[in-house]
Write a protein that binds this ligand. Structure first.
Ligand code: ADP
Ligand code: ZN
Length: 616
């Protein structure tokens, strides 16, 4: 971290947006947030992942006198953030334990000399008395507290250090503060405002909709085949994240994908820090890497071009699901969130919720969150509307970009089948799990059936017309809708609830989803970005190859050079000179200087030969 840009003269936010970041317009609340901070006010910003939070503090830090201090929980990611800023010509640096003493001293000197525009710090570093003294001697333009939901003791990202950040207000009363998070729920919002002393701050709550993400939730029906079909038909060569619940499953899935020829890497807390850092690095720097991970992976990873997030196990709550899927498509280009789930997930998570540590109240809340998640899986109406409603946001119309909008699910009258299943549960004494109950229904010949003499029951064999898979789908939906429950304290036995009575008496009719034969694969998309045509493919490949070699030469991830969206715009606009290049979104003065000539040269090589004058 040696070279530093000279401090720039005061510039307006619009000028910085265009010349430093290469964008033409502010998005959503960005301008209002920036104006608040530039004029010295505090702000609390809730914006979905990919909404554009970074510019909300980067631009005011550049527009105001002094250095902006960004507090971010993940040391591993600071370097990437700083590199991206440097590529845009910003004098940015970070201070953390990975730096040698001499390097740290140099950055401190730059800070005191007014040569830095942005400084990234982890909270534990900031709170050291030495650092606070240093900051008091420097000229600070603002404090930005990123991932502010880390103050929430309820959330899964809680950090004790974050609680002490309220001291900033006391020690630096004149310096504006902004706290930012992508966590949407009301309780976390109140907690952030309370704990960080931001009750007086202006609150900016954006829409949490991510229209470019296509949400799809499918019942498990040979999940490996479903995943393979998804990857080969829709996401060949794309970067993505696949979430699994257990370390074992992460390992086996990654190994299996490698055998299938994918560039897949495992990531979970059981791997050494070194392996994890290496896999994360390859995910960020190489094109088209798939990370198979437990939820330990993802927070703060700013990779903009993650094209899909797939869940092979059910997330524990809608909050977790939304946060994890939100890591797809931060660049605004089309992306897919695919969730595969089945009866075994419902059973496993019910069990986890029941046996987890904590008070009864805590368990009840976990159970409620799980029920809401299951409800989302089973609805037959627009997924996005249901998701946003969960975060108290109402969409005016169905979204047209989720599986239920694209392929409205077929339902069937399952009343008779449900009665058979309920009777079979009842006759076997409500003591057995789904597998055995279904064996009885289908007239199986198993050890257990013989042991308990269940071939004598009146329900034995009455369900042979449906496959075991179909019965599992029925059981799953009945559990989710509250007709059956899974008793985690008694070997996950299926049991009837009060709600069954009207169905058993024939007073209630039950419509259930039919089991799809294969996973839906919906390619019709809306949202930003057009697909590259076959004709443009060679240019597209060449642009990506050039980006990769420039990225390697500069030691940065490819997206720090240019985002996919910027390359795509080059393909359609075919800029021929610097002026036209600057008009492309994502290209500012500094990037034009660094990379412009190389890309213009390449575009010239691909330019159509000038049309020959008509020979007449
Ligand atoms: P967040 O931190 O909210 O997840 P980022 O700050 O990483 O989002 O921004 C997401 C993407 O949107 C980035 O690629 C960023 O460069 C881009 N972006 C942000 N603001 C704008 C804007 N006004 N115009 C165009 N692109 C923008
Ligand atoms: Zn929809």
């Amino acid at each position: 971290m040696t070279d530093s840009a000279p401090a720039r003269p005061a510039q307006s936010p619009e000028y910085i947006l265009q010349h430093t970041f290469g964008y033409t317009e502010f998005r959503g609340d960005q301008q209002a947030i920036i104006d608040t901070l530039v004029s010295g006010g505090d702000a609390l910003v809730l914006m979905p992942t990919g909404g554009g939070k970074s510019l909300c503090y980067q631009i005011p830090a550049l527009a105001r006198r002094g250095c902006g201090v960004v507090i971010s929980p993940l040391i591993a990611l600071m370097q990437d953030q700083v590199e991206a800023l440097r590529a845009a010509g910003v004098a940015a640096a970070f201070l953390n334990s990975s730096l040698a003493v001499a390097e740290a001293q140099q950055i401190e000197a730059q800070l005191l000399n007014g040569e830095l525009e942005l400084l990234y710090l982890a909270p534990e570093r900031l709170l050291q008395p030495r650092t606070l003294d240093l900051l008091e001697r420097a000229d600070i333009s603002l404090f930005a507290i990123d991932e502010a939901h880390c103050v929430s003791q309820w959330g899964h990202d809680f950090r004790a250090d974050y609680l002490q950040l309220s001291c900033l207000h006391q020690r630096f009363p004149q310096v504006p503060r902004v706290a930012l998070t992508a966590t949407a729920d009301q309780r976390t919002r109140r907690e952030i405002a309370g704990r960080l002393d931001l009750e007086e701050a202006r609150h900016f709550v954006s829409s949490f909709d991510r229209p470019n993400i296509q949400y799809r939730i499918a019942a498990k029906n040979n999940p490996k085949r479903q995943l393979l079909q998804f990857l080969t038909s829709e996401h060949q060569g794309n970067a993505g994240v696949i979430y699994c619940l257990s370390r074992n499953k992460v390992e086996s899935t990654a190994a299996w994908l490698q055998q299938q020829g994918f560039n897949a890497l495992p990531y979970h807390a059981g791997l050494s820090a070194e392996v994890r850092a290496n896999h994360q690095r390859r995910f960020l720097r190489e094109d088209g890497v798939i990370v198979v991970a437990t939820i330990a992976f993802g927070m703060g990873i700013d990779k903009p071009d993650v094209r899909f997030v797939a869940h092979l196990d059910l997330p524990k709550s809608i909050e977790a699901y939304y946060q994890e899927t939100g890591r797809a498509g931060r660049d605004g280009e089309p992306a897919t969130a695919l969730l595969l789930y089945g009866l075994e997930d419902v059973v496993k998570l019910s069990q986890m919720a029941a046996t987890s540590e904590g008070s009864e109240e805590h368990k009840r809340q976990e159970r409620q969150r799980l029920d809401a998640m299951l409800g989302l899986c089973e609805i037959t109406s627009c997924r996005r509307r249901a998701l946003l409603r969960y975060f108290d946001e109402e969409l005016a119309a169905d979204c047209g970009n989720c599986d239920t909008c694209l392929e409205p699910p077929a339902t069937w009258d399952a009343s008779d089948a449900a009665r058979k299943l309920m009777s079979s549960i009842y006759r076997t004494g409500q003591r057995f799990g789904a597998a055995h109950v279904i064996d009885v229904l289908r007239g199986g010949d198993t050890e257990k059936i013989r042991q308990f003499n269940h071939q004598q029951l009146s329900t034995y064999g009455i369900g042979a017309d449906l496959s075991a898979n179909e019965w599992r789908a029925i059981a799953r939906q009945l559990v989710v809708r509250g007709y059956l429950r899974v008793n985690a304290e008694a070997f996950n036995a299926l049991q009837l609830t009060e709600q069954c009575r009207p169905v058993l008496r024939g007073e209630e009719q039950l419509q259930l989803r039919t089991l799809p034969k294969t996973a839906p694969s919906s390619r019709s998309r809306q949202g930003a970005g057009s697909e590259i045509t076959a004709e443009d493919q060679p240019l597209w490949d060449a642009l990506r190859a050039l980006r990769k070699s420039l990225a390697e030469a500069h030691g940065v991830p490819p997206y720090v050079v240019f985002h996919d969206a910027t390359l795509r715009e080059m393909v359609s606009a075919r800029p021929r000179n610097r002026q036209e290049m600057l008009a492309i979104s994502g290209i500012g003065d500094s990037k034009l200087e660094r990379f412009g000539e190389d890309f213009l040269q390449l575009l010239a090589d691909f330019a159509e030969p000038a049309a020959p004058d008509a020979i007449t």
